[in-house]
Design a protein around this ligand. Structure first.
Ligand SMILES: C[S@@+](CC[C@H](N)C(=O)[O-])C[C@H]1O[C@@H](n2cnc3c(N)ncnc32)[C@H](O)[C@@H]1O
Length: 334
């Protein structure tokens, strides 16, 4: 199994384009859309902590970190970070003393808001990538969180007894997994009867924009095809309901969460439309051409048209899907 913290099949993207987190060592990490979230969440959550601690200690800001020292830039970044954190996390809080398994925590982009929103819950975050777990550990420490335990583990071979957790949280992971129903079933075994699972995924088919462009749509389709070739599914958001049902969950509820960007939201125009979504599609240029999915001219026109949607009269929309489901109360031990 590949992990986006290490390698993502053919879909290798230079994250320096999309992330620009200068104070975290993420060079070499590859990514797709969820890295917007990493960018924004870590910028937003960690920078608050860093800024606050530096203000208290009088520690001068390192000059190499270009984002966030100008108050206006700070506000912009905090706005976009909180927009997406709110969009995806605001309705997920776990009661004090409840046990939560976060599966596929990556570098901790979700771990930080998850643990911050449920300070009394006991969160265990795992990822198959040792490197990502180390980065997540740093992120959790930097955020001053004490309710998270991190460890390396594989969703398909979890080192916990069945029914160990009250809740499971999984975000931007199933799209990389060749057998998502099996992954969900493995996570279900970790849940106590009556426990819940929360799943968040994107869906690249949900991207639409003004001005519309068939070239842009073709370029996006290249990313979808390459991810499928690598065993994943960049269109998985729309399938969360049937996947959770097939895995045996009950009371499945899916809620679409649209990110809408126009030039009245300059932070999102820059952070989402340009530096995340378009940069992500641009990142598959080489693989797309090599695979013969598209001509060079058409791909480049598609990218230019995506950047065009970030201009003053442009609009960009993308939908995340968030599902919550229950492990039936009478679920027996597997
Ligand atoms: C796109 S990242 C998402 C990380 C994080 N959830 C987030 O939203 O920022 C997907 C993560 O799933 C992890 N992953 C993939 N397959 C896994 C498996 N079988 N067991 C555990 N983690 C896995 C990868 O290593 C990677 O860190």
């Amino acid at each position: 199994m590949h992990g986006c913290g290490d390698r993502h099949g053919d879909v290798t993207v230079d994250l320096k384009m999309a992330i620009e987190i200068r104070n975290l060592d993420v060079a070499g990490v590859v990514g797709t859309l969820r890295f917007l979230y990493i960018t924004l969440a870590i910028r937003g959550v960690l920078k608050h902590t860093l800024l606050a601690s530096r203000a208290l200690t009088g520690d001068p800001m390192p000059t190499s970190y270009v984002h966030g020292y100008d108050p206006r830039e700070n506000l912009r970044l905090q706005d976009q970070a909180s927009t997406l954190v709110d969009l995806l996390h605001s309705d997920t809080t776990y009661p004090p003393a409840s046990t939560v398994l976060e599966a596929g925590c990556g570098v901790g982009a979700q771990t930080v808001p998850l643990a911050s929103n449920s300070p009394g819950a006991l969160i265990t975050s795992i990822d198959i990538s040792e490197t990502s777990v180390a980065q997540a550990t740093s992120a959790v420490r930097a955020a001053g969180l004490t309710n998270v335990t991190l460890r390396q583990a594989d969703i398909f071979h979890l080192p916990f007894p069945p029914a160990s957790f009250d809740h499971v949280f999984v975000c931007f992971v199933l799209e990389h997994v060749a057998h998502p129903v099996e992954a969900l079933a493995a996570l279900k075994r970790m849940l106590k009867p009556g426990g819940t699972i929360t799943v968040i995924e994107g869906d690249h088919g949900s991207a639409f924009f003004h001005p519309d462009s068939e070239f842009a749509r073709q370029a996006i389709r290249c990313q979808v095809q390459l991810q499928a070739k690598a065993g994943g599914n960049a269109l998985i958001g729309r399938a969360l309901y049937p996947l959770l049902c097939q895995a045996g969950f009950v009371d499945v509820r899916v809620s679409p969460r649209m990110v809408y960007v126009d030039s009245s939201k300059p932070g999102l125009v820059d952070g989402f439309t340009r530096k995340t979504f378009t940069a992500m599609i641009e990142g598959v240029r080489k693989s797309s051409l090599k695979s013969g999915l598209i001509s060079e001219r058409d791909f480049d026109k598609g990218i230019a048209d995506l950047y065009r949607t970030a201009e003053a009269d442009g609009v960009f929309c993308y939908t995340f899907f968030k599902a919550r489901a229950v492990n039936a109360a009478d679920a027996g031990q597997p």
